[in-house]
Design a protein around this ligand. Structure first.
Ligand code: BTN
Length: 239
């Protein structure tokens, strides 16, 4: 591995993307103390206060990753974070499809995967997996106060958490086609068996989650029919 540590960056995803374009190799990891423009999914920002969180991005150059298997990388990342948190802090977290990590019903980690495909070969040139974990925060901005939490009840060293996640990630990444991590993913999923609300574009509908398939897609029951869901946002319905 090459691990680069910076005190402040705009976004570890954006900076690592530049390094990827300059030819940095697979397994390069960028960690920052703080981000001035931390990014979340759907163009949202990711709250990245100095010293309170773990903000890191991993550079991958997966050869021959099938398009239908890209979601597996998101699932794998969530497993590595879930197991890294357990090993280093002792805390039991849950995975909300695809790759949000929850502790006692509140989000403690978000993951943003971004990739670039070569037009000539139709293969991924690179994929960046960006992981943001609220570690020691005691306060959050008003708009995310009700939904965000940190791992603060546990006393731990962030570098140890980073090392555990990186080790778990690359262990499963070597054998990605075997999908060994999917049983762990299903075991710690907080959506299997639950009623959810699905948001896709400007469509929204209720459904029940039956399982997660071999591609990491959700198998849902909607209006009495089975369907698979490969994208979209979901929330767990309270009743
Ligand atoms: C989300 O929950 O919407 C995804 C959040 C991803 C945040 C991480 S922090 C490290 C990396 N750099 C970024 O700008 N975003 C990701």
């Amino acid at each position: 591995f090459q691990i680069i540590v910076k005190s402040e960056v705009t976004s570890t995803n954006d900076v690592l993307k530049e390094l990827a374009q300059q030819g940095y190799p697979e397994k390069c990891v960028l960690i920052a103390q703080t981000q001035t423009k931390g990014k979340g999914r759907k163009g949202r920002s990711f709250y990245s206060p100095n010293d309170d969180g773990l903000y890191m991005s991993l550079l991958l150059r997966p050869k021959q990753l099938k398009p239908e298997d890209t979601l597996l990388l998101s699932a794998l990342s969530a497993c590595a974070v879930q197991s890294g948190i357990k090993r280093v802090t002792g805390l039991d977290t849950q995975i909300k499809w695809v790759n949000d990590i929850y502790l006692k019903g509140k989000k403690v980690c978000g993951i943003l995967c971004e990739g670039s495909c070569s037009i000539e070969t139709n293969e991924f040139d690179y994929i960046i997996v960006g992981i943001g974990i609220n570690c020691h925060n005691t306060t959050f901005p008003q708009d995310i106060k009700g939904i965000a939490a940190s791992l603060q009840s546990a006393s731990f060293i962030r570098a140890k958490l980073a090392a555990a996640i990186i080790a778990d990630f690359f262990k499963d990444y070597q054998t990605l086609p075997n999908r060994d991590f999917l049983s762990h993913y299903r075991k710690h999923s907080c959506v299997i068996g639950k009623m959810i609300q699905v948001y896709q574009g400007n469509q929204t509908y209720p459904a029940k989650v039956l399982d997660i398939d071999e591609h990491g897609y959700l198998i849902i029951e909607k209006d009495g029919h089975l369907e698979t869901l490969s994208s979209g946002e979901i929330t767990i319905r309270v009743k």
